[in-house]
Design a protein around this ligand. Sequence first.
Ligand code: FAD
Length: 368
Amino acid sequence: MDFSWTAEQEALRSEAKQVALDAVARFGRSNDSWINGFSKEFAKELGERGWIGLTWPVEFGGGGRPAIDRLIIGEELIAAGAPIAAMWFADRQMGPTLMTYGRPDQQAEFLPDMLRGESTWCIGMSEPNAGSDLASLSTTARREGDDFIINGQKIWTSFGAIADYCYLICRTSNDGPPHTGISEIIVPMSTPGIEVRTIKDMTTNRHFAEVFYTDVRVPAENLVGVEGNAFKQTMRQLEHERGGVDRLVSNQALYHLALAQADLSDPIVRQRVARIETGYRIGRILVTREVLHQAPSGFSAATKCFCTEHEVEVADFVSHVLGADAMLWDDVTKGLAYAPGYTIMGGTSNVMRNILGERVLGLPREPR
Ligand SMILES: Cc1cc2nc3c(=O)[nH]c(=O)nc-3n(C[C@H](O)[C@H](O)[C@H](O)COP(=O)(O)OP(=O)(O)OC[C@H]3O[C@@H](n4cnc5c(N)ncnc54)[C@H](O)[C@@H]3O)c2cc1C
């Protein structure tokens, strides 16, 4: 086990840093840029570079490169705030999910556009009455001949208004316990019967949407994997979502900005800087273990919990350093106001601790 970077990895990091800084100069910097920094143009540039699907197997059109390379590139792009949102969901989880559970014809249809940075995907999971408890979702897909007819409502769908496709988690059967009977279906967002209402959050970001599905007809062949098996498939997908470097460095640019202004002779500031620097290093080790698939099954919940709570601590440090200036309502303020979202999206910290307790530590299940 060697924790130092190779010369090639150092060179890749320098290249990624340069690409990130150039993108920020042309398209602007965003906090949590894998959700808030949206540029189709930059996504296509990343596709041309081969930086989408970098680690996907070559037979699927990917780069077949090591997971550490993707970690390095992702870390630099996100830490700088470069706008990668148009391709991130596809690269991080929709592509890998289709490679694992999709049919060859689905892989042939959807993967090439993802790799070119030409298709944006949203994830239709959360509903007004189903967030942490995904099994209680009620959006239905009813089989009618060769089609599914979809009815229901999703909420907090990031990119709902601009995505080309939704990766929809919905109920295809009410038989059996609630977590059975859930399926995953690809829904083109241009399908008639879809109404999207954009939600502007308190930081003025507009990536969220409520999405209403009324008699939306999609071909049954858009089902991914096994009908009724989505709970297992979705848990696998969430492993991709939770263990990555995107959960660690989303507001690192704000940290560096505050660090440059901090009074480093102040003992309290020094303690906090040491703590944050330690957090970045521990977080990176946890993430590295995840991307190398060397963490115990389910441990991505702990990694996500640690890393996103670190991001919240960074935000707290930034507001401590900036004092009243943190209220100027500029990009810094918006980044600070946005920070509580880190420990909510992709599963809340409470739920992550439940998963850690029950699946990794073997504690008794929480009472229902
Ligand atoms: C920035 C951002 C982007 C998002 N993007 C998407 C997206 O693209 N697609 C999508 O489908 N969703 C998305 N979401 C929604 C997100 O997945 C949900 O907000 C999250 O799963 C929590 O669900 P909820 O909001 O319904 O809260 P609830 O589940 O109602 O939780 C409310 C509170 O109760 C606590 N709680 C709930 N259950 C338990 C339990 N069993 N034990 C202990 N405490 C518990 C929670 O920790 C929380 O504090 C996004 C959210 C954010 C903030």
